[in-house]
Design a protein around this ligand. Structure first.
Ligand SMILES: Cc1cc2nc3c(=O)[nH]c(=O)nc-3n(C[C@H](O)[C@H](O)[C@H](O)COP(=O)(O)OP(=O)(O)OC[C@H]3O[C@@H](n4cnc5c(N)ncnc54)[C@H](O)[C@@H]3O)c2cc1C
Length: 388
C-alpha cells in the first residue's frame, strides 16, 4: 500500500497551482460580485491542455485517470477559486464519459475532442422541476419523427447553459406507462444547444454567481437522430457510467474548498490579537480547526480510494458515494468554522470565507443529496431494505 502521490501526480498538482496563482482572491471576489463566466481562467487551463486530462489520447486528451483529475480539481478549489473555478471546467473533464463508452467512433471524434481542447462548452441536462432526485420519473419528452427527435418539456438547475455550445440531455423516449422498468425508456443525446428552441432563464442563486444555473424550456427542440448516444431507451444506464467519477471529482472540489477555508482561518487565528494574545492560542479556536483538518484528510483518503478503484476498473459505487458525502460535510464544517474564526469579519466579503461558505453548499446538495447517499449506502452496503 502506497499513500504517496507519484512524481507525475505531484507535477500535475504543482502545474495547476501555478496557473491558479494568476487568479487571486481579488479576481474571484470580483467574479462573485459581478458574475460573468471566468473565460480567462478557463482559457488558461485549456491552453496547457488540462481540460483533456482524462480524455483518451485518440481524442486529443492526456489519457490520465480520475485520480489525476481529482488532484487537479482539488488544487483548483484549494487555490481559492473554489466552486467558481472548479465548476467552470468540471464538465469538460469527465462529462462526456457516456459518449466515450457508448458513442460511435464518429460521435467520439466530433463531440469529445472540442471539449478536451476547450473549443466547446457543454451543459448537462438531467434535473427536472417535478421529479427531484427520482431520475426515473423524468418527463421531458423526445419523440422521433423520421431522422429527428422533437423535444418538449422542462429542465431545471442546468449549469453553464448561458455559455454552452452543446447539451448532454436525458429525455424520455418511451412513456413511463409503456416500460417494464422505470429505468427503461430514457435516452441520452449530445447535441447543439439551439437557443431558438430552448429558452434559458438564469436562476438567481446563493453563490457561484459566475457559473450560471438555469431553467430550460424546450419548445419543439429538434435533435438529429445521429446525436442519440447508444441505443434508444438505455440512457439511464449510460449516465450511470459518469456518475461515480462525477461524485469523486465533486468530492475532491469540496476537500479543496475546505482546505482553502482552513488555510484562511488558521492564518487569521495566528494574526488576530484579542485579550493580548492571538485568538489561535485558545483551544476553543484550535480544536475545531484541528478537527476540520482531520475530517478533510479522511475525506481525501476516501476520494483517492474511490478514484483508485475506478481507475483500476473495480466497482467503486460505495466509495464514490462515501467520498462525496464525507467531503461535502467536511468541506462545509471547515467553511463554517472559517467564518466563525473570523468573528464579525467572517461576514465581510473582503475576507473571502463567506463566499466559501455559500459555495460549499453546492457539493453538499448536488449532484446527489447527503440523505440519498446514506440511503444508498444503507441499502447497497449494509443490505437494509430500500427506503426510497
Ligand atoms: C448550484 C447547482 C447546480 C446544479 N447543476 C446541475 C446541472 O448542471 N445539471 C443538472 O441536471 N442538475 C443540476 N443541479 C441539480 C441537483 O443535482 C439537484 O438539485 C439535486 O440532485 C437535488 O435534487 P432536487 O433539488 O430536486 O431535490 P429533491 O429531490 O426535491 O429533494 C429535496 C430534499 O428532500 C430529500 N429527499 C428526497 N427524497 C428523499 C428520500 N426518499 N429520503 C430522504 N430524503 C429525501 C433530499 O435529500 C433533499 O434534501 C444543480 C443544483 C445546484 C444547487
Amino acid at each position: 500500500m502506497d499513500f504517496a502521490l507519484t512524481p507525475d501526480q505531484e507535477a500535475i498538482r504543482d502545474a495547476i497551482a501555478r496557473i491558479c496563482e494568476k487568479f487571486d482572491d481579488a479576481y474571484w471576489l470580483k467574479r462573485d460580485r459581478e458574475g460573468g463566466f471566468p473565460q480567462d481562467f478557463y482559457d488558461a487551463l485549456s491552453r496547457e491542455g488540462w481540460l483533456g486530462i482524462c480524455t483518451a489520447e485518440a481524442q486529443g486528451g492526456a489519457g490520465l485517470g480520475v485520480t489525476e483529475a481529482a488532484i487537479m480539481m482539488r488544487t483548483i478549489a484549494e487555490s481559492g477559486a473554489g466552486l467558481s473555478g472548479a465548476s467552470a471546467v468540471h464538465i469538460n473533464i469527465f462529462g462526456l464519459k457516456p459518449v466515450d463508452v457508448f458513442g460511435t467512433q464518429d460521435q467520439k471524434d466530433r463531440m469529445i475532442r472540442p471539449m478536451a481542447e476547450g473549443r466547446e462548452k457543454a451543459c448537462f441536462g438531467v434535473t427536472e422541476p417535478n421529479t427531484g432526485l427520482n431520475t426515473t420519473q423524468l418527463k421531458l419528452r423526445a419523440v422521433r419523427r423520421g431522422d429527428t427527435y422533437h423535444v418538449t418539456g422542462q429542465k431545471v438547475w442546468i449549469s453553464t447553459a448561458q455559455v454552452a455550445d452543446n447539451i448532454l440531455l436525458l429525455a424520455r423516449t418511451t412513456p413511463l406507462e409503456e416500460v417494464t422498468k422505470p429505468t427503461h425508456g430514457l435516452s441520452l443525446f449530445y447535441t447543439k444547444f439551439d437557443r431558438e428552441r430552448i429558452k434559458v432563464r438564469e436562476i438567481e442563486k446563493m453563490g457561484r454567481k459566475c457559473v450560471d444555473s438555469n431553467e430550460l424550456f424546450f419548445e419543439d427542440f429538434q435533435i438529429p437522430a445521429s446525436d442519440l448516444i447508444g441505443e434508444e431507451g438505455r440512457g439511464f444506464e449510460y449516465i450511470l457510467q459518469g456518475m461515480n467519477p462525477e461524485r469523486i471529482l465533486i468530492a475532491a472540489e469540496a476537500v479543496g474548498l475546505g482546505m482553502a477555508a482552513l488555510r484562511k482561518a488558521t492564518q487569521y487565528a495566528k494574526e488576530r490579537v484579542v485579550f493580548n494574545r492571538p485568538i489561535g492560542q485558545n483551544q476553543a479556536i484550535q480544536h475545531p480547526l484541528a478537527k476540520n483538518w482531520c475530517e478533510l484528510e479522511a475525506a481525501w483518503m476516501m476520494v483517492l480510494k474511490a478514484a483508485w478503484l475506478y481507475d483500476a476498473g473495480k466497482p467503486c459505487g460505495a466509495e464514490a458515494n462515501a467520498a462525496k458525502y464525507l467531503a461535502g460535510e467536511a468541506g462545509f464544517n471547515a467553511c463554517q468554522q472559517a467564518v466563525m474564526t473570523h468573528g464579525g469579519f467572517g461576514y465581510a466579503k473582503e475576507y473571502h470565507v463567506e463566499r466559501y461558505m455559500r459555495e460549499v453548499m453546492i457539493p453538499r446538495i448536488a449532484p446527489i443529496s447527503p440523505q440519498l447517499v446514506l440511503s444508498y449506502i444503507a441499502e447497497r452496503v449494509l443490505g437494509l431494505p430500500k427506503s426510497y
